[in-house]
Design a protein around this ligand. Structure first.
Ligand code: ARG
Length: 466
């Protein structure tokens, strides 16, 4: 890499030198992504300019010019007329430069009592609050889709699995409502993250505060911030709220990925429990019979990039000395990408859940052709006074015998049962998939009665979230 640091080095061709300076500037440019925060940036500047005017720090004439200019710029950005200049590095410098073109020297007064350090922290907090609201809403839509489907399947029996082995029967609604709970925690985390972001850094200046009689509370009110930061050095270098957003997004993606995996498995020929709608599947380019669950797979696959953004930011901020360091510019791409990914994935999952067809017969069959009633049969013996461990062994032996004989519990007569234990009585012949789920009538259990109540409660929660 000789000559890289010196354009006049004899060993460097003019072309290489030109490329070097191009690289150097490209390397620092962020406008191709931070332009996404233009609404927040302009809202922040307008509030700041108005405050400067109110406090008599700048002339009110200048305030008017600045606010008008900024309003014009926002409109130009909205319509796409605005000409972004990468040579100006970031959104903030692009806005300021255009403001000069529009209103002349008054533009130079906007940056009084402000630094890009408190400005970018403010923009990013505003943007993150918006993203939290959108993610919250998307999580609630998915919860709604789950509840609506669950409501139709309070009596649909499906095997519940542990270790991916059929374990005990549950109702499908109970399985779906497990995801409702996960996305409920996710929605809560997005709401909590919005609260973490709800602190105004503006007024911290570069890092030490500013030597003007500014009114930070007034600016906070204008921008709908609940609070102002207590320490200027912390305020310009704190990115915890983004870590929190990425954490909330990562957990939401983990839940989405688990759901996606189940949809992939359930829609396979081997399971045949569901059929995903055509909208969320696509054909194979070579195998005409196939419908691939691409959306579910991509939700599962995109989880990795969201985790990557979380890890990336955690690593970026570790070891940074106070206060602002340019490293912090690396906070935004991961934030934006994670927000886009998690919100789209939540929406796609809601669409898949709403549009899929349930094959209830296949589900019941899978439960019937199995030993999922083994626990209930053991519980029957417990009911007769047998210690659970002994009952367990008797039923385990019985199921091994059935497997050897190629039959299920359903094909056993009472006397077959009684060969395993003379304490079995007619009651054992009445154990069915439906009686097994109904028996789990504890809070949080799969008894249809409980699940119905859980769904009612869930609907109330959703109505409150609206
Ligand atoms: N583009 C920068 C960022 O995103 C804005 C702040 C720049 N501040 C500075 N002192 N260079 O972090």
């Amino acid at each position: 890499m000789s000559g890289q640091n010196n354009g006049s080095n004899e060993n460097t061709t003019p072309a290489a030198a030109a490329r070097g300076s191009e690289l150097a500037s490209d390397f620092t440019v962020s406008v191709h992504y931070d332009s996404r925060m233009y609404k927040e940036d302009i809202a922040g500047s307008i509030a700041h300019a108005r405050m400067l005017g109110r406090q008599g720090i700048i002339e009110s004439d200048d305030t008017e010019k600045i606010v008008d200019g900024l309003t014009t710029i926002a409109a130009e950005m909205e319509t796409g007329e605005f000409v972004w200049n990468p040579d100006l590095e970031d959104i903030h410098m692009n806005v300021e430069s255009r403001l000069y073109e529009l209103i002349g020297d008054a533009a130079g007064r906007l940056h009084t009592a402000r630094s890009r350090n408190d400005q970018v922290a403010t923009d990013t907090r505003l943007w993150t609050q918006g993203a939290c609201a959108r993610a919250f809403e998307a999580a609630v839509s998915l919860q709604t889709a789950l509840v609506n489907l669950a409501e139709q399947h309070i009596d649909t029996i499906v095997p519940g699995y542990t270790h991916m082995q059929r374990g005990q029967p549950v109702v499908l609604a109970h399985h779906l409502m497990a995801y409702f709970e996960m996305f409920d925690r996710d929605a809560t985390r997005f709401a909590q993250t919005a609260e973490s972001a709800d602190v105004l850094p503006l007024g911290s200046g570069a890092m030490a505060g500013v030597p003007y009689a500014i009114d930070r509370k007034w600016v906070a009110d204008q921008l709908d911030f609940d609070d102002i930061s207590r320490n200027s050095m912390d305020a310009v270098s704190d990115r915890d709220f983004i870590v929190e957003f990425l954490t909330a997004s990562s957990l939401a993606m983990a839940h989405l990925s688990r759901l996606a995996e189940e949809l992939v498995i359930w829609s396979s020929d081997e399971f045949g429990f569901i059929k995903l709608s055509d909208e969320y599947t696509s054909g194979s380019s070579i195998m005409p019979q196939k419908r691939n669950p691409d959306f579910a797979e991509l939700i599962r696959g995109k989880t990795g990039r969201v985790y990557g953004s979380l890890m990336g930011l955690l690593i970026t901020i570790k070891g940074l000395p106070l206060t602002y360091n340019r490293d912090l510019q690396e906070d935004k791409e991961g934030l934006f990408d994670a927000a886009d990914t998690v919100i789209t994935a939540l929406e796609a999952a809601a669409g898949m859940i709403s549009g899929m067809t349930i094959n209830a017969d296949r589900m019941r069959q899978a439960a019937s052709n199995s030993f999922v009633l083994a626990t209930d049969i053991a519980d029957h013996l417990v009911d007769k006074g047998v210690p659970f461990r002994e009952a367990y062994i008797a039923v385990s032996d019985l199921s091994k015998q059935c497997i050897a004989d190629g039959i299920g519990f359903g094909e056993l007569s009472l006397s077959d049962f009684q060969k395993a234990s003379d304490l079995f009585d007619e009651g054992v012949m009445e154990i069915t998939l439906d009686s097994a789920v109904a028996a789990r009538n504890v809070p949080g259990g799969t008894a249809p009665e409980r699940v119905r109540a859980a769904i009612t409660e869930a609907k109330q929660m959703l109505a409150e979230a609206e």
